[in-house]
Write a protein that binds this ligand. Structure first.
Ligand SMILES: C[S@@+](CC[C@H](N)C(=O)[O-])C[C@H]1O[C@@H](n2cnc3c(N)ncnc32)[C@H](O)[C@@H]1O
Length: 405
C-alpha cells in the first residue's frame, strides 16, 4: 500500500468506503476522525477509527496519514473555521452547505438513510453516524450550534404537562437531550409549516416550553419562511425555530427580510434538451388530465400543475403525486422514442417532469453538488432537503449575533 496518501479520494479507494454495503458505524468513525485530526475533537472518534483501519488494512492508521490529507470533494470544510456545528437529520447536507458558507466547521453528523449517506459522503467526504435515537449524547463533541431539520412526528399532550419527558419517543426528544447535555450556544431547527397547527398548536407549544423552560434558552417566536423570498423559484414554506443559550445575552432576534428578488423557473431550468425519460407517456398524461377534471368537479384543487417558465415552482415534496405538482412544458425534445416501450408513446405536447438537477437548484444546491444515486432517490433526497438560501440567510443573522466582536 502506498504510504504517501494525501488525497481523500485515494484513501477512499483503498479502504473501499461504501455506505450502501457497510451498515456499521465504522466508516462514520473513520471519516469523522479524518475530518478532525487536528483538533481536540478527534478523541471522540480515534479509538474506533484506528481499530477499524487496523482490521481493514492490517496496519495502524497514523502511518498512512500525512498532516496534509486533502479533502478533494465538492464541499470541503473552511480553511479557518469561525465556529463549530453539528448536523442532525443531515439528509444530504443542506444545512451543512449553508453553515460552511458562513465559516462553520461540522464536527458531527447523523443520518439514518443509507442512500442519503452515500450522497453526503460524496459531497463532504464524511459518512454520517446512523440512527440518532441510538447515539449517546455524551459521545457527541462540544459544538457552538446544533442544526437539525427533524422529521415531524405526531405527539399529543396527554393531560398534565410534563415538559421534556412528554416528548420522549419522538425525534424532537433526541434533539432536546443533546441540547441538555451539550449546551450549544445556539440551535437552529427546521420543520414543516404544519407543525404550527399540529394538534391545535399543542405540539409546538410543548416544543417551545421544553426549549424555553426546561432547557432555559432564549427562543424568539418561530417564523414561517418561504424559499422564494431568498432567491430560488420555489414556493416552500417552512417553520424555523432558533434559540440562544441565555449566557450569550441575546434578547432579541429579527429573522431576515425577503430579498424582493423576482425569481422564476426559467432561472433554474436545464440549459439543454433533457432525456426523453423525463417526458410523460401519453397514457399517463391523459390519466393526469382526467384525474384533475374529476377532482375539479368535486371542487377540489387536487392534481398536477403546469409551471410556466415565468412562474415559481410548487414546493417539491416526497411521495404521492409529488413530482406531478411541477410539470413543465419543454419543447426542446427532438427524439420522441421512449427509453422503454412498456410505458407507451411519449406525449406530443412536450410535458415533462423536472429533472433531479432542477430539483437541486430549486433548493439552492450549487451545480457542483454531486448526485450519484438513482433518479428516484435523488428526487426523494432533494424533496426532503432544506432550501439552502433561506437557511443561510437566517443562519447569517444568527451567527452575526452570536459571534459579534
Ligand atoms: C426532513 S429531512 C432533513 C434533510 C436535511 N436537512 C437536508 O437538507 O437534506 C429528515 C431526515 O432525517 C432522517 N432521519 C429520520 N429518522 C432518523 C433517525 N432516527 N436518525 C437519524 N436520521 C433520521 C431522514 O432519513 C431524513 O433524511
Amino acid at each position: 500500500m502506498n504510504k504517501k496518501i494525501v488525497k481523500y479520494s485515494e484513501l477512499k479507494k483503498q479502504i473501499n468506503i461504501d455506505t450502501l454495503k457497510d451498515t456499521t458505524e465504522n466508516l462514520a468513525y473513520l471519516t469523522h476522525y479524518l475530518h478532525n485530526q487536528k483538533n481536540g475533537i478527534s478523541q471522540h472518534y480515534q479509538p474506533q477509527a484506528e481499530e477499524y483501519f487496523k482490521n481493514v488494512v492490517n496496519e495502524p492508521l497514523q502511518q498512512y496519514l500525512t498532516l496534509d490529507l486533502k479533502f478533494d470533494i465538492p464541499f470541503p470544510t473552511p480553511e479557518t473555521p469561525k465556529f463549530t456545528f453539528i448536523d442532525l437529520f443531515a439528509g444530504i447536507g443542506g444545512f451543512r452547505i449553508a453553515m460552511q458558507n458562513l465559516g462553520g466547521k461540522c464536527v458531527f453528523s447523523s443520518e439514518i438513510d443509507r442512500y442519503a449517506k452515500k450522497t453526503y459522503e460524496l459531497n463532504f467526504g464524511e459518512v454520517p453516524f446512523g440512527d440518532i435515537t441510538k447515539i449517546d449524547e455524551n459521545d457527541i463533541p462540544e459544538h457552538d450550534i446544533l442544526c437539525g431539520g427533524f422529521p415531524c412526528q405526531a405527539f399529543s399532550i396527554a393531560g398534565k404537562r410534563k415538559g421534556f419527558e412528554e416528548t420522549r419517543g419522538t425525534l424532537f426528544f433526541d434533539i432536546a437531550r443533546i441540547i441538555k447535555e451539550k449546551r450549544p450556544k445556539a440551535f437552529f431547527l427546521e420543520n414543516v409549516k404544519g407543525l404550527r397547527n399540529h394538534d391545535k398548536g399543542r405540539t409546538l407549544k410543548t416544543i417551545l416550553a421544553t426549549l424555553r423552560d426546561d432547557l432555559d434558552y432564549f427562543v424568539p417566536e418561530p417564523e414561517i419562511m418561504n424559499a422564494k423570498d431568498f432567491g430560488v423559484p420555489q414556493n416552500r414554506e417552512r417553520i424555523f425555530i432558533i434559540g440562544f443559550r441565555k449566557d450569550q445575552n441575546i434578547t432579541d432576534f429579527k429573522y431576515p427580510e425577503p430579498l424582493q428578488k423576482d425569481v422564476k423557473f426559467a432561472d433554474i431550468k436545464e440549459d439543454k434538451e433533457v432525456s426523453v425519460k423525463y417526458y410523460l407517456s401519453d397514457r399517463y398524461k391523459n390519466t393526469l388530465v382526467e384525474h384533475k377534471k374529476r377532482h375539479a368537479k368535486k371542487g377540489n384543487g387536487f392534481g398536477f400543475e403546469i409551471i410556466d417558465d415565468n412562474e415559481c415552482a410548487n414546493a417539491i415534496v416526497v411521495g404521492g403525486m409529488g413530482r406531478e405538482r411541477n410539470i413543465v412544458i419543454d419543447c426542446r425534445l427532438v427524439d420522441f422514442n421512449p427509453l422503454s416501450k412498456k410505458r407507451g408513446d411519449v406525449n406530443k405536447d412536450y410535458w415533462r417532469r423536472m429533472t433531479p438537477r432542477e430539483y437541486a437548484r430549486l433548493q439552492g444546491f450549487p451545480d457542483n453538488f454531486s448526485i450519484n444515486v438513482s433518479d428516484a432517490q435523488a428526487y426523494k433526497q432533494f424533496g426532503n432537503s432544506v432550501a439552502i438560501p433561506a437557511i443561510q440567510a437566517t443562519a447569517e443573522v444568527l451567527t452575526e449575533k452570536l459571534f459579534k466582536e
